[in-house]
Design a protein around this ligand. Sequence first.
Ligand code: ATP
Ligand code: MG
Length: 486
Amino acid sequence: MQTLRASKCGLSTAQLPSSILDVIDALTKAGYEAYIVGGGVRDLILGLNPKDFDAVTNATPAQVKEVFGRRCRIIGRRFELAHVYAGRELIEVATFRAPPKKAVTSASGMILRDNNWGTIEQDFARRDFSINAMYYQPRKGIVLDFCHAIDDIKNKTLRLLGDPTLRFEEDPVRMLRTLRFAAKLNFNIAPEILEVFTPEMTQLLRDISPHRLYDESQKLFTMGHLNRVLPMLIDFDIWRQLFADISPDISTFIERAAINTDQRIQIGKTINPAFFYAVLLWKPFLERCNFYLNKGVVPAEARAQAGLDVLKRQATRTIIPRFAETFIREVWEMQTRLLNPKPQQIQALSTHARFRAGFDFLLLREKSGDDTTQGMGLWWDAYQQMTTDEKERAISQYNRQRAKSRRKTTTEDVVETKSVAAVAEIEPLVNEPEPRSRRERKSRTKSERPAQPASSNGSEIGYDHPILKRKRVKRDLSQVVFGPTQ
Ligand code: ATP
Ligand code: MG
């Protein structure tokens, strides 16, 4: 172990937000050891802007809770951690971990529970990459480096601590982390990792919960180097593990969307990871639509069903949260609405909550050479820049062209000319599917219940009747004697 002078590594307390210093100081004052570790230290040394700062200490989560009281919450089961709220920020405080006990690893060697507290040396050995395992004590102005990590930083090398096969088996998500850090930092992956990073090894990702894989996919999408990591996901055969039905090739559309995402992050704009999922799943969605159309299903129904099918398949790999799934389906449905809008709905559409995302998606498709958008991406682009008068003119011109191209009058046209007010309202883009979990289903039925007053005439039981609030007693039916009264 070498102790480096923080200033020699380009570190100073001036770079740190008060939140992390508060946490380090409070733990130190209470008599514990406390360090900043992980990505925060690594990024500062590299001159990058850290996403967040993680703290590590010899205090157990319960002791951390004692120090911070109500500002602290203990979270996680597999990996217990303390969350400390410092101002508006949240700092993750982990306790030094020792190697997991045998009993808590799965048959394939995966760690199922990891709450065995230990020393700083043991904690170091449990971390993933050398560059993520530097311990910075800002008040003492020192960095503890147990493995010449500083050299790996200088040589831009991503090196796993310990035997790479074992480390991947313990936690297969480290494969995703390898690609994420290599892409984000533009580091070389050490040869001993490359040697074992085989398609067979990536199969281990099948054991990881789709919830955790969704979180990881989000990190990949939002790290600012999505365009760099996408080909790596294919080369290392991770793509197939993450995306159920998306063929492993990067279309111009996907590439443009990735570049666009990275650019947005670079200029500090927010991004919605669900948007990129909408892009990735667009082709499978269209194929599924065609499947239903060929079966004679009407288009609106085909789109609705195809959307649900594609997302359900994807959920076998990464479980996209319900609100994000709804967003994706709405963006897809917007494509139909924006492609062929009813003239009376154009203004209302342009102020719809999903317009911006739907329009961005349409324009991306168009700019990637998708001519099925029929130039409507640019049309909407221009429309948004127009004055009210220009907008009216553009709409009537669009209306004339639309009528001409249609020729024969359909019933829809008749409705359009009847009453502007009648059709100016936008129908809901998608219907909410059944909630996934039982708790969600329960809360939905509750909120959908009509507000029914408590029964006044005694003939009906109202929802708030005490009898309905009674706890149901679980009875062991084998003990019950069924007789005439039962
Ligand atoms: P980021 O910039 O994405 O936050 P990070 O390195 O801080 O990168 P975190 O996921 O925040 O990554 O984790 C914090 C630290 O915890 C890591 O630097 C690493 O030391 C350790 N760590 C995280 N995940 C693992 C893992 N799966 N296996 C071993 N160590 C891990
Ligand atoms: Mg971090």
